[in-house]
Design a binder for this molecule. Structure first.
Ligand code: HBI
Ligand code: FE
Length: 293
């Protein structure tokens, strides 16, 4: 969710303080039988309001992924059932983790086509906000896109790139690419602007804010621009970056970030709400939402 990176930064590796990982890769059993009726009800509430909102707002690939997977209103999905379908489609699996995991553990899972999903579900008083990614954010938000072969490859490349970026000391730049694509990305579809980012798709209020509100900027995606742009972890985004098609992400997956990092390292950074002379601006935001007072 919006604050997941914040939570990790603040608590360090604290996800593991409360629940010691059983295994070196931090995976645990999903413990599906342990969900309570109240847990399934929370899932249903979240699921149904997004199901009403997403047709016409989520990209076709996301909606197709929803249809293809055993994800429904009545119960929290079983990761083994999801993995059975995904393995046949794109070779991905969903594995359970207790919450945020250390960066290198996260990247290693992605590099091996395992998507680490929080097994817990938020409390009923946290429907619109929580710090760590739970099963609704991870499964409803991320997993439908893993049915798409391009996203499937892109996310694996991100895992490999993450391990590399850690060695190069450029994780912050790479994380921004992830943030502004996989988490908060918009797509220009033939029939209009759609969302594909999981942070948006799993958020009732940000679904409409990102697409319809006059406040945020909507700017054409540019890799170097995004690498230099800080992001907000405590509120809606001030700028959303828009791709023209998923091939644009595939190009990203192929790029050798090494020389780009060297170039970007010496350049000034941009604030989340900046609009630059070179930007292709689809919508110039009023900035109203983030103004103080
Ligand atoms: N762990 N479970 C989980 N989910 C994430 O999205 C996640 C994480 N650990 C690290 C992390 N994300 C980010 O710091 C990296 O994408 C940069
Ligand atoms: Fe996420």
């Amino acid at each position: 969710m919006k604050r997941q990176l914040d939570a990790l930064a603040k608590h360090g590796l604290a996800a593991g303080d409360a629940v010691r990982p059983q295994r070196a890769d931090w995976t645990i059993d999903q413990g599906w039988a342990d969900y309570t009726a109240a847990d399934h009800t929370t899932w249903r509430t979240l699921f149904e309001r997004q199901r009403r909102l997403l047709p016409g707002r989520a990209c076709d690939e996301f909606l197709q992924g929803m249809r293809d997977l055993p994800i429904a209103a009545d119960r929290i999905p079983d990761f083994l059932e999801l993995s059975d379908v995904l393995k046949g489609r794109t070779g991905w699996q969903v594995v359970a983790v207790p919450g945020l995991v250390p960066d290198e553990v996260f990247f290693d899972h992605l590099a091996n086509r395992r998507f680490p999903a929080g097994n817990f579900i938020r409390r009923p008083d946290q429907l619109d906000y929580l710090e760590e990614p739970d099963v609704f954010h991870d499964v409803f938000g991320h997993v439908p896109m893993l049915v798409n072969p391009v996203i499937a490859d892109y996310l694996q490349a991100y895992g490999e790139g993450g391990l590399r970026a850690q060695r190069l000391g450029t994780l912050a730049q790479l994380a921004r690419v992830y943030w502004y694509t996989i988490e908060f990305g918009l797509l220009r579809q033939a029939d209009g602007l759609r969302l594909y980012g999981a942070g948006i798709a799993s958020s009732f209020s940000e679904t409409t804010f990102s697409l319809d509100d006059p406040s945020p900027n909507r700017v054409r995606f540019d890799l170097e621009r995004v690498m230099r742009t800080q992001y907000r972890i405590d509120d809606f985004q001030e700028t959303y970056f828009v791709i023209d098609g998923f091939e644009q992400l595939l190009e990203l997956a192929r790029i050798d970030f090494g020389p780009l990092y060297d170039h970007v390292r010496g350049q000034p950074e941009f604030a989340p709400g900046d609009v630059l002379p070179d930007d292709t601006v689809l919508h110039r935001g009023t900035g109203r939402h983030h103004q103080p007072g």
